[in-house]
Design a protein around this ligand. Structure first.
Ligand SMILES: [Ca+2]
Length: 156
């Protein structure tokens, strides 16, 4: 339970995250060092404030929504595992066709999971419905351009 435990990623954790998110070993270690550099409290979790220090999010009109997407309902901290799960939605769809495992559950970057993720960016009050106001708030900002490779035929 030493403090080292929270600053080092164990090999088996990397394997689990690989399986769960589809990220490669090197991507995971790279993102882990980004994660720990954002983790000012050095407690192995990120707070909303930690995310707000990311310049790309700070200038993004949807930044707050994207940050919210990292936090499970009612939580204000996210650990590396949860961080990676959210990031996995941003991986291009075609990547998961190559290593398709029929026994695996639906990948986080599948078309439907990406759509669900996008839906949640709009659904500010998390009532599973997008109200007219919620839609207008997004429309007033910049169109969602998180990743153009979502392959969604309609503009989000
Ligand atoms: Ca709503």
């Amino acid at each position: 339970m030493g403090s080292r435990a929270s600053t080092l990623l164990r090999e088996e954790e990397i394997e689990e995250i690989k399986k769960e998110t589809g990220f490669s070993h090197s991507q995971i270690t790279r993102l882990y060092s980004r994660f720990t550099s954002l983790d000012k409290g050095e407690n192995g979790t990120l707070s909303r404030e930690d995310f707000q220090r990311i310049p790309e999010l700070a200038i993004n009109p949807l930044g707050d929504r994207i940050i919210n997407a990292f936090f499970p309902e009612g939580e204000d901290q996210v650990n590396f595992r949860g961080f990676m799960r959210t990031l996995a939605h941003f991986r291009p769809i075609e990547d998961n066709e190559k290593n398709k495992d029929p026994t695996a559950s639906e990948p986080l970057n599948s078309r439907s999971n990406k759509l669900l993720f996008a839906f949640r960016l709009y659904d500010l009050d998390r009532d599973d419905k997008i109200s007219r106001d919620e839609l207008l708030q997004v429309r007033m900002g910049i169109r969602v351009q998180i990743t153009p490779s979502w392959g969604c035929p309609t503009s989000l």
